[in-house]
Design a protein around this ligand. Structure first.
Ligand SMILES: NC(=O)CC[C@H](N)C(=O)O
Length: 627
């Protein structure tokens, strides 16, 4: 993606089902779990670079000893930073316990932090609150009763955070922050307290308090806690938690918006946001990794047993298609194929845009995320050529000279766009910024014929269009092509996301800017006022009023306007922009039909509220998140 957007978070959980000694004996390593968690997190680094965190719980330690450890970091290489610190603990073990310390599981657990059975890692891209070490997950809710401690981390965004926050205040609580992670944790924490109390009250007459502690720890009904907590959530979530007694869970929203996968055998239970991470860390069969069902939770009990429990009735599955288009790692076999299909599906539109003139067209892609779609596109062109050849051979009688050309012709493919520098544009002044942005991309000279060739370049998606306008088009135009066709493997992004991607301001979308430009051109400003009126007078209506802004225009009109906006006066070439159709998106990615950013159809009522609020914010000139 050429426009950098903030997106996603990643979770990684490991539960060791055997005592530490087992792994030392079998794998020859005291840091078996730490090493695996490190790989799980590194392989999901694409999901969050604002910060990271790791927490660990030791089960059944003696009173008076620490059993929860946590490190968080906002360093540029946060994951490495954290694991370096964890490694130091293991180095310290040698100093403290001598050479054999690392082969004595029990000694390790008694003396060294981060040697427990339950591990939770998190990678963060913030969607709520600021970016500081305090907003990095996992969050901790501490208590002197072991089973009242809660550690949470998630890939989520709630659309009704204000309401959830208000309910906590009504309960008489005083949350220390307004960020959604605190709100969610306090909510779960509240019901965890109640569950502790319920079991306490049930047995208090026949047992001592010390006995009660053990009964509570073994009887804690985590699914019950989650059922009571998640009732009020409106959002997309894959939320992970560990409880001080050693129980753990990952719960997924009823529409399956955010991804979550798990694997279990007799040694470990592993849960992560992406399949390839689990595959790499544990080198197991891809088919052994399962998706957590929407509305369900994997609940791991203190004794290491686990189940997949229904928490809320599943709704129509609306898993985020952006995960497949761009966010998740393309090494997942399903995602890889889907991305190729997206590239292939664009062929008819591309051929039309280049007047079927393949001889004078050069194909290329924006690194790094559009490569797979590009491979599909080229495969599609090959298929088109095969069909064409067949047609010519069957219908006509080509001359021998033509035949050579007919058989040997290949689409012209070049690497035209290179990404050179990762510029931190925010540190420069505005004027400087344009020239800085312009130098992010570079091109390959002398491979296209000036004034003759058309250049087709595919990107996975176009959000703001800024990089396109300020860098990619100016760079490509230096080659003097006749025409530049920019192709997006995703449809037009018309509406905000509110389920984990930080794009909730209408003005950020080039498709929205195009619609506004068309409205102004056609003197339809009244429409904007009407939509605004509806948005503010009916804030709880379940209708997405913003659809009316796009309704008067065809997809092509919007695409053409997008092309016009990104073509500055310095560009000499003719510029066209092509977007994937929503129909083709669904054909290419059939099992992830979440498409609200393209269609405006939100799977939760909170989502619709967000889009209407985002539009009202735009009209009022407020540059704030709409949730
Ligand atoms: N991208 C995410 O999942 C973000 C999680 C959470 N809302 C935060 O901002 O920390």
């Amino acid at each position: 993606m050429s426009d950098a957007i903030k997106h996603e978070c990643g979770i990684a959980m490991i539960r060791l089902r055997k005592p530490t000694q087992y792994y030392i004996d079998k794998y020859g390593s005291a840091s078996f779990a730490a090493n695996r968690l490190y790989v799980l997190m590194q392989k999901q680094i694409n999901r969050g670079q604002d910060g990271a965190g790791v927490a660990n719980i030791k089960i059944d330690t003696k009173p008076g000893t620490r059993y929860i450890s946590r490190y968080r970091s906002v360093e540029p290489s946060a994951v490495n930073f954290i694991f370096d610190k964890i490694n130091k603990k293991y180095k310290k073990a040698k100093k403290l316990g001598g050479h054999d310390a690392l082969s004595d599981g029990e000694w390790l657990k008694e003396n060294i932090a981060f040697s427990g059975e339950v591990w939770l890692g998190h990678l963060r891209y913030g969607t709520h609150g600021e970016n500081s070490i305090e907003t990095c997950h996992p969050f901790l809710k501490q208590n002197n009763w072991r089973s009242r401690n809660l550690v949470m981390a998630g890939n989520f965004n709630m659309t009704n955070n204000e309401e959830l926050f208000g309910k906590l205040v009504q309960l008489g609580q005083h949350p220390k922050e307004k960020t959604d992670t605190v709100t969610v944790m306090e909510k779960v924490g509240h019901f965890l307290d109640e569950e502790n109390q319920r079991i306490f009250d049930k047995y208090k007459h026949n047992h001592t308090n010390e006995q009660l502690t053990h009964i509570i720890e073994n009887e804690l009904d985590v699914a019950r806690i989650l059922r009571r907590s998640c009732r009020d959530f409106d959002g997309g979530y894959a939320m992970a938690g560990m409880i001080g007694n050693g129980s753990a869970f990952v719960v997924r929203d009823p529409s399956g918006i955010r991804p979550a996968f798990y694997y279990a055998d007799e040694e470990v239970i592993v849960i992560a946001s992406e399949k390839p991470a689990i595959k790499s860390a544990f080198n197991i069969d891809f088919n052994a990794i399962k998706e957590i069902k929407p509305g369900h939770a994997i609940v791991i009990n203190k004794d290491g047993s686990y189940s997949e429990d229904e928490i809320l009735p599943a709704r129509e599955k609306k898993s985020c298609s952006f995960e497949r288009i761009y966010f998740s790692r393309g090494t997942d076999p399903g995602i890889y194929q889907e991305r190729k299909n997206l590239g292939k599906a664009l062929i008819p539109q591309i051929l039309k845009a280049i007047d079927f003139d393949l001889k004078n067209t050069v194909f290329s892609y924006i690194p790094n995320t559009a490569e797979t779609a590009f491979l599909g596109l080229i495969e599609g062109l090959d298929e088109y050529l095969v069909a064409k050849r067949k047609e010519v051979l069957l219908d006509g009688k080509p001359h021998v000279g033509d035949l050579d050309e007919l058989l040997s012709f290949r689409p012209r493919v070049e690497k035209l766009v290179s990404k050179d520098v990762k510029l931190r544009t925010f540190i420069t002044s505005d004027e400087d910024r344009d020239s800085m942005v312009a130098s992010v991309y570079d091109t390959t000279y002398e491979v296209i014929r000036p004034g003759i060739d058309t250049v087709v370049v595919i990107d996975d998606s176009i959000v703001r269009g800024t990089t396109l306008e300020k860098s990619i088009l100016t760079t490509l135009d230096k080659l003097n092509p006749k025409r530049i066709v920019i192709v997006s493997s995703a449809p037009q992004i018309r509406y905000p996301d509110c389920y984990g991607i930080d794009m909730s301001r209408m003005k950020e979308f080039i498709a929205f800017r195009a619609a506004i430009a068309l409205i102004k051109e056609r003197k339809m400003e009244n429409l904007l006022e009407q939509v605004y009126e509806s948005c503010i007078s009916q804030p709880h209506n379940s209708e997405n009023f913003v659809k009316q802004v796009y309704a008067p225009f065809t997809d092509e009109e919007i695409s053409d306007k997008v092309a016009e906006i990104v073509t500055t006066s310095e560009i000499h070439a003719e510029v066209k922009v092509i977007f994937q159709t929503v129909d083709n998106l669904h054909k290419c990615i059939p099992d992830h039909s979440g498409d609200w950013y393209f269609t405006g159809d939100y799977p939760t009522t909170g989502g619709t509220r967000v889009v209407n609020r985002a539009f009202a914010n735009y009209m009022e000139g407020k540059v704030v998140r709409a949730y």
